[in-house]
Design a protein around this ligand. Structure first.
Ligand SMILES: *Cc1c(COP(=O)(O)O)cnc(C)c1O
Length: 384
């Protein structure tokens, strides 16, 4: 279905999905096959070998592209496989400007894997767009933005920095995992490429690991298709099916994540046992104005510190939770909690973390879609 002029909730239900041509099945079947019969050498129905094309994956790629207002979408075996593919657009000697508060796995693949291949990474604060300008040199070929940042929920001005990247001949890439295409559309704001860990909100049910990239640039799309097929980090059709199913409720889920996020952020902000609260929807958030400008809602990711800035306090609070499950990951229907300094961000050296303002006692919540009152009661009994 052409969903071009339709709204996001409708796009989420319909994009990429057509009744199956042979049976009329409403849901895209799981095409669990590695190859496809040809009538004569080179004469086929558009599918030759499942690394190159698979109809279930194709439906998912169209769906995610439509949600990001993109012409082209590609899915990968994980968010990291998507990031890995994007790095292969670069050559030795190229430099990437990277936000200094980001997903730990992204930091790891940049510093431990691609730095070995001669790609340079400069981790900088992107809190003020003007500060970014001074870091551009002729070797900067890409700017890597993650916003809201993980786990400090800083907001980076996508439009300003994308404009700057363009003026300096660099590609602007946005990791849109936290916001989802429902709450933020980086390509509309001028970014060249958007990348997702689909594992999180887009899949939404904590049952699949998958990644995606979307773009409107034909030359980049061609390279991505080539890399996807050449390197082969593709998702299987079962996983694509699960994500297609998850996407249908993406807008509904995000509405609830935002509502619950707002209630929990308000509760934490007013509790004497809590120190800092990081949620972009709060008036007191330092980048609230940019968040309001570029996001359609503020999501369910919230970080906070205990009043007493001690890691032991944070660990005790995490142990006290009954409903929030202590686990890595985020974006599922169920609420999760974690301690980034010892979990998701342990691969970032302590001094780097401190430079970015990430305290060891910071607790990160992925607020699910449960009844807010139950979540608030759990928080109330867990805080000390
Ligand atoms: C989880 C995550 C990734 C990595 O994705 P995987 O699907 O786990 O490989 C990248 N960026 C962000 C912001 C994430 O939260």
């Amino acid at each position: 279905m052409n969903t071009k002029n339709l709204r996001k909730g409708t796009v989420a239900v319909h994009a990429g999905v057509e009744p199956d041509p042979t049976t009329g099945a409403i849901m895209t079947p799981i095409y669990q096959t590695s190859t496809f019969a040809q009538e004569a050498p080179g004469v086929h129905k558009g599918y030759e070998y499942a690394r190159t094309q698979n109809p279930t994956r194709h439906a998912l790629e169209k769906s995610i592209a439509a949600l990001e207002n993109a012409q082209f979408g590609y899915c990968f075996a994980s968010g990291m496989a998507a990031t890995d593919t994007l790095m292969k657009l670069l050559k030795p000697g190229d430099e990437v400007l990277v936000t200094n508060d980001l997903y730990g796995g992204t930091y790891r693949i940049f510093t431990k894997v691609f730095a070995e291949y001669g790609i340079k990474f400069k981790f900088i604060s992107m809190a003020s767009a003007e500060d970014v300008q001074s870091h551009f040199t002729s070797s900067v070929k890409m700017v890597w933005i993650e916003t809201p940042t993980n786990p400090l929920m800083n907001i980076i001005d996508i439009a300003e920095i994308s404009k700057m990247a363009k003026a300096n001949g660099a590609l602007a890439v946005v990791d849109n995992t936290f916001a989802t295409p429902i709450l933020q559309n980086p390509l509309d704001l001028g970014a060249d490429i958007v990348v997702h860990s689909v594992t999180k909100y887009i899949g939404g049910h904590s049952d699949t690991v998958l990644g995606a990239v979307a773009t409107n640039k034909e030359d980049i799309a061609e390279k991505l298709a080539f890399l996807q097929n050449s390197c082969g980090a593709i998702p299987g059709p079962q996983d694509c099916f699960l994500v297609l199913r998850g996407i249908k409720t993406l807008q509904l889920r995000m509405q609830r994540h935002c509502e619950n996020g707002e209630k929990i952020a308000a509760f934490l902000s007013n509790d004497f046992r809590v120190g800092e609260v990081y949620w972009p929807g709060l008036d007191s958030h330092k980048n609230h104005a940019i968040a309001k400008k570029q996001m359609h809602g503020f999501g369910g990711m919230i970080s906070f510190t205990p009043k007493e800035d001690k890691i032991d306090k944070a660990i005790q609070i995490l142990k006290n939770f009954k409903l929030f499950t202590l686990a890595e990951s985020l974006g599922g229907v169920e609420s999760l909690c974690g301690l980034p300094s010892m979990m998701t961000h342990a691969s970032i050296p302590k001094e780097e973390r401190e430079k970015a303002g990430l305290k060891d006692s910071l607790i990160r919540l992925s607020v699910g879609i449960e009844d807010a009152e139950d979540l608030l009661e759990d928080l109330d009994q867990a805080l000390i």
